[in-house]
Design a protein around this ligand. Structure first.
Ligand code: SAH
Ligand code: SF4
Ligand code: F3S
Length: 472
């Protein structure tokens, strides 16, 4: 069946479930783990659930259906899921709550086995390739009260036109490609998300044009490797394009022309695929934020080789230099893994060295976590836990001192801030973000929400800046 027909089938199931649910005042809760792609998937799950007659509740106890959208990139997510499932057992016994678990962790056979054995009261298990089938799976549970296990181990398809309920009405996630072909040796993602497949440019441009019409100002383009967008698509290999779009760079240029969109971000690019045409597009397009997330993973050429990252320490630094030269005021954030198998003290020093040289705006730091089925898990010379933690703390100290230093540079400057609304910690203040994604807290009227305004920075704190309004 074609993907369009499959989605139409699901729309029929949405109607059927909605009929079943009529006048019942039902609620759903959802717990999302993992990355922005999972967040975007959850927005689609919420869209389907709302169309089926459920209203969102933050409280698991009040929900008639609890959905977990899982991640398996590191071990800690597993403990979180099993803890929640334990809590839900009693609630389910009392009120018959339906429990559905989906996402990356459910593509791992040993995890599904564990749930079937130790948590048999879970009603629905779906994977990353069957997310769109939630309506059908749910209908089957409502009709037969039987468990549904709906997981496919395939390369994957692209499904368009799923209902969506977005978490923000100003910043939108837009997935541009699914899956990954890179097989970094520590990473589980290619095994649970399938091969790279890109959305058609027409679908992306239409989605963003509609977002702009609805008042969205910022889009973040998502993919495990955004700068290989369209690389694996057969229609493109024949030399074709769609309205001039045949690459990530040409997609960026086209999005930059969409009226109403004021900021474009993207995560994550891979350093090995950061071609000159993308650098030029970032330089030329006024809406693309000059904050580039450029995952380093390790600063040591030896470790990068073991990680199968396909670049050296020097090539990474050269790429940063090239961008700094060509793109005025460009700044960087990164991801770093500490304690990968084979990492020596001198390898770790190389990581610190790159951090000192690049001076990142933010570093997302992770302790290496062995993932079943990846080459990294079988490698010799695994680093003992206490050494991993020691190195992690040392890196954290360096990063925090750099952030503090860097934040000082903002004082007195005027920043364009996209106002998100009231600050959660202090409702008397407003909060927003600079182009470089720094949180800014300031006093102001609520009407400023959803606008981009000039703010002068008056003081700095580790995780936010304080500012005052200059113009609206
Ligand atoms: N595709 C993106 C991000 C993938 S997952 C990229 O290539 O950058 C997000 C981050 O999790 C990775 O960048 C990496 O730093 C971290 N990560 C992935 N696998 C990990 C593992 N086994 N242990 C610890 N951190 C890991
Ligand atoms: Fe994982 Fe590497 Fe793919 Fe990123 S590029 S998802 S780190 S395999
Ligand atoms: Fe996690 Fe899956 Fe994202 S494993 S990081 S939720 S792609």
């Amino acid at each position: 069946m074609k993907t369009i027909e499959q989605i139409n089938t699901q729309k029929e199931y949405i109607k059927k479930v909605k009929n079943e649910n009529q006048n019942k005042n039902l609620h759903y809760s959802i717990l999302t783990m993992g990355c922005r792609l999972n967040e975007n998937d959850s927005e689609k799950l919420c869209g389907m659930l709302e169309q089926m007659g459920y209203t969102k509740t933050e409280n698991f106890e009040d929900a008639d259906i609890c959905v977990f959208n899982t991640c398996c990139v590191r071990e800690n997510a597993e403990d979180k899921l099993f803890g929640k499932l334990g809590e839900l057992k009693k609630i389910k016994e009392k009120k018959g709550t339906i429990i559905a678990i989906g996402g990356c962790m459910m593509q791992e056979a040993h995890m599904v086995e564990k749930i079937n054995k130790s948590y048999p009261y879970v009603d629905i298990i779906f994977g990353t390739h069957t997310l769109h089938k939630l309506p059908e799976d749910l209908y089957k549970v409502l009709e037969n009260r039987k468990k549904v296990r709906d997981i496919l181990d395939i390369d994957g398809e692209v499904y368009e036109n799923l209902p969506i309920k977005r978490t923000s009405n100003i910043q939108a996630n837009v997935t541009i490609m699914y899956g990954c072909n890179n097989f970094c040796s520590y990473c589980i993602v290619p095994y649970v998300r399938g091969r790279e497949r890109s959305r058609h440019p027409k679908d992306i441009i239409e989605e963003i044009t509609k977002l702009a019409q609805e008042g969205y100002k910022e889009v973040t383009l998502l993919g495990q490797n955004v700068n290989s967008y369209l690389r694996s698509e057969k229609w493109k290999e024949k030399g074709q394009d769609w309205n001039g779009i045949n690459s990530f760079a040409t997609l960026l240029r086209a999005i930059n022309k969409i009226d109403g969109i004021e900021r474009i971000r993207f995560v994550s690019p891979h350093p090995k695929d950061f071609t000159d045409d993308v650098i030029e597009a970032i330089r030329d397009c006024n809406k693309i934020c000059k904050l580039i997330h450029l995952p380093l993973q390790s600063g040591s050429t030896n470790v990068l080789k073991l990680m199968n990252r396909k670049y050296t320490k020097e090539q990474y630094l050269e790429l940063v230099q090239k961008m700094k030269k060509q793109i005025p005021n460009v700044v960087f954030t990164t991801d770093i893994i500490v304690g990968f198998a084979g990492e020596t003290e001198s390898d770790f020093e190389d990581t610190l060295d790159v951090v000192k040289k690049v001076k990142f705006e933010q570093v997302f730091m992770f302790i290496y976590s062995k993932r079943v089925g990846t080459p990294g898990a079988k490698m010799e010379n695994q680093v003992p836990e206490e050494i991993k933690h020691k190195r992690f703390n040392k890196l954290k100290e360096l990063v925090e001192s750099q952030i503090e230093e860097n934040n000082k540079k903002y004082i007195g400057t005027i920043q364009k801030v996209l106002v998100e609304g009231k600050s959660k910690n202090n409702p008397k203040m407003l909060t927003g973000r600079t182009e470089s994604n720094k949180v800014v807290i300031f006093e102001g009227k609520e009407e400023l929400k959803d606008k981009i305004i000039d703010i002068q920075i008056v003081s700095e704190h580790m995780w936010y800046l304080r500012g005052k309004v200059i113009s609206c």
